[in-house]
Design a protein around this ligand. Structure first.
Ligand SMILES: [Zn+2]
Length: 466
C-alpha cells in the first residue's frame, strides 16, 4: 500500500454509532450496568466482535445486541458519541455524519429526544477536543410500524439540535419496503432534513426502486445491488435497467461500505464499486460499522486501492462527491468541498469536452475551437472523466451528433479554472479561452443507447487513462 495514495482529508457519510463503539468502552459500560459480556478481556472481546462472512445473521446481530444493552443511559450515549468523533478525527476525517436509531436506546426509559440530545452533547464535547464538528443522522427502522417512523422523524425535528441534519431508514430490508415509511420522509423533507435510505444492501434492486419512488432520498445507503439492474459485458456496465437509470439520473450518492458488505458475504474484490463508478453513479466510501467489522474510514480507501485499482485521483473524487452530498447548509457544504479539494490537491491530467460534431469540424481549418455556448457562458465546459455522464445525460440525452474530445490539461495553462458548476458545489474545469487543436488528444463518438442515455465509450476511457 502506497501511503501517499490514501493520504488526504476524509468525508464519512455512513457510520453507525452503535457499530463503532470501542471494545474497551463496551467492557466499561457493561461492568457499570451489570450486563454480561462474552469475553472479559478487551482483545478477546474485540475478536468476538468481528462479524465474519458466512456468520448467521442471528449471531452477527448479537454484537449489536450487546452494544445496545450497554447504551441505555444518556451518559453512555454521550461517551460513545464523543469517542466516535475522537476516533474519526484521529483517522483524518474532516466531516462525519454519525447515525443512530434512538428507538434502540429507550429500554430503560430514555426518550428518543433525550437520546438525540445525549449524542449531541457528546459531539459538542468532541468538537472542543478535536475541532471536528460531526453531525447526526437519526435512523427509523424498517421493521417498525409507519407511525413509529413518523414519531422518530418528529423527535429529530423537535429535538432542536442543529447537528441533526438528516434521517435514515435502517434495518432488515426483506419484507419491509421503504414505501411503508414514506409519510415519515415527507415530514423530513418538509423540515428541510437530508434523507438517506439503506436500500439494495441485503435485498435487491427493487428495494432501491421502492426507496426512490416513495421517499425521494438525497442519498442511498449501500445500493450496490443496483448492479442487478445493470447489464455487464466484458467487465463493464453496458446498459442500465429502469431503476439503475432512475438512480443515476437522481444524482443520489451511493454510500458504499466495502468491509461491511464483505462481512455479509460479498468479497471486497467482487464488489461492483468500480463498475458503478465508471457508469456514472456517484460513489462514496464509508466504514458503516467500524468496531463490529474491524475497519476504519481510511481502511475503506485502502481497500478501494488494493482491490479496485483506485488511484489517488479516484479517492479524491470519491471524497469530493461525498462532500458535495453532505447534509450541511449550503455555505458550509461549499466550504467543505473546497477543503477536500485543497487537501487532496490532485487534478486529472486529461479532461473531456462534449462537442457538437458540426461545430468541432467547422473549427478544424482554424486550429482553434470556440463553441457557440462560449458567447453566453464565457468559458468552455470541460469535465473530468467521472463527471462527464452527468451533463451528457442531463443536457444531451438522445443526441446523435456528439463527440467527446480528450484534452491534455497541461496545454491549457491558467485559462483552465476549476470552479463550482452551475447549481452544484462540485468543481468543474472551465476553460476561459479557445481550445487549440494541439491540446486535443483524440475524438470519440458519443452514441446514446436506445433509451437516450449515455455510458462512457471504452475507447474514451482508455484514452483518458492512458
Ligand atoms: Zn448502515
Amino acid at each position: 500500500m502506497n501511503a501517499a495514495a490514501v493520504g488526504g482529508p476524509i468525508v464519512v457519510l455512513h457510520d453507525h454509532l452503535d457499530g463503532g463503539v470501542r471494545p474497551q468502552t463496551v467492557l466499561d459500560l457493561a461492568h457499570e450496568h451489570g450486563v454480561d459480556v462474552p469475553a472479559a478481556e478487551v482483545e478477546a472481546l474485540a475478536a468476538w466482535f468481528t462479524i465474519t462472512p458466512g456468520m448467521p445473521f442471528i449471531e452477527a446481530f448479537s454484537r449489536f445486541d450487546l452494544v445496545g444493552a450497554v447504551l441505555q443511559t444518556p451518559e453512555a450515549l454521550t461517551r460513545v458519541a464523543r469517542e466516535a468523533v475522537e476516533d474519526l478525527a484521529a483517522d483524518g476525517v474532516i466531516h462525519a455524519e454519525l447515525r443512530f436509531a434512538p428507538l434502540l436506546h429507550t429500554r430503560k426509559g430514555m426518550t428518543t429526544v433525550e437520546a438525540i440530545e445525549a449524542v449531541d452533547d457528546g459531539l459538542t464535547r468532541a468538537l472542543a477536543e478535536t475541532g471536528l464538528n460531526a453531525r447526526i443522522i437519526v435512523c427509523a427502522m424498517r421493521d417498525q410500524p409507519a407511525a413509529v417512523s413518523i414519531d422518530v422523524v418528529e423527535a429529530a425535528i423537535v429535538s432542536g439540535c442543529e447537528r441533526v441534519v438528516g434521517v435514515d431508514l435502517a434495518g432488515g430490508e426483506m419484507g419491509y419496503p421503504a414505501e411503508d415509511h414514506a409519510a415519515a420522509f415527507v415530514l423530513a423533507h418538509k423540515a428541510g432534513l437530508g434523507v438517506t435510505i439503506h436500500a439494495g444492501e441485503m435485498d435487491g434492486a427493487h428495494q432501491v426502486a421502492s426507496a426512490l419512488e416513495s421517499c425521494d432520498p438525497h442519498r442511498i445507503g449501500h445500493g450496490w445491488r443496483i448492479i442487478d439492474d445493470c447489464e455487464i459485458d466484458d467487465g463493464r456496465i453496458v446498459a442500465l435497467g429502469p431503476t439503475a437509470t432512475a438512480l443515476r439520473a437522481s444524482g443520489a450518492p451511493l454510500e458504499i461500505c466495502l468491509t461491511s458488505n464483505a462481512s455479509l458475504g460479498l468479497p471486497v474484490e467482487e464488489h461492483p464499486v468500480r463498475l458503478l463508478r465508471d457508469a456514472g453513479f456517484r460513489v462514496t466510501l464509508n466504514p458503516d460499522d467500524r468496531a463490529i467489522t474491524t475497519t476504519s474510514a481510511r481502511r475503506e480507501l485502502e481497500l478501494a486501492v488494493e482491490h479496485h485499482g483506485f488511484t489517488r485521483h479516484d479517492l479524491a473524487q470519491a471524497m469530493e462527491r461525498a462532500a458535495v452530498g453532505a447534509f450541511l447548509p449550503d455555505d458550509e457544504r461549499a466550504m467543505l468541498v473546497g477543503r477536500v479539494r485543497a487537501g487532496w490537491d490532485v487534478s486529472p491530467a486529461r479532461l473531456v469536452h462534449l462537442a457538437e460534431r458540426s461545430e468541432w469540424e467547422a473549427s478544424r481549418p482554424t486550429g482553434s475551437y470556440l463553441p457557440g455556448a462560449f458567447a453566453t457562458d464565457g468559458f468552455i465546459h470541460l469535465s473530468a472523466l467521472h463527471q462527464l455522464l452527468t451533463p451528457a445525460n442531463r443536457f444531451y440525452s438522445g443526441r446523435e451528433d456528439l463527440i467527446a474530445l480528450v484534452v491534455d490539461a497541461h496545454y491549457l495553462g491558467p485559462a483552465l479554472v476549476w470552479e463550482p458548476g452551475t447549481g452544484t458545489d462540485e468543481y468543474f474545469p472551465h476553460l476561459y479561452s479557445a481550445l487549440t487543436a494541439e491540446a486535443v488528444l483524440g475524438e470519440f463518438e458519443m452514441t446514446p443507447a436506445p433509451d437516450g442515455n449515455f455510458l462512457l465509450p471504452a475507447a474514451l476511457m482508455r484514452a483518458v487513462h492512458a
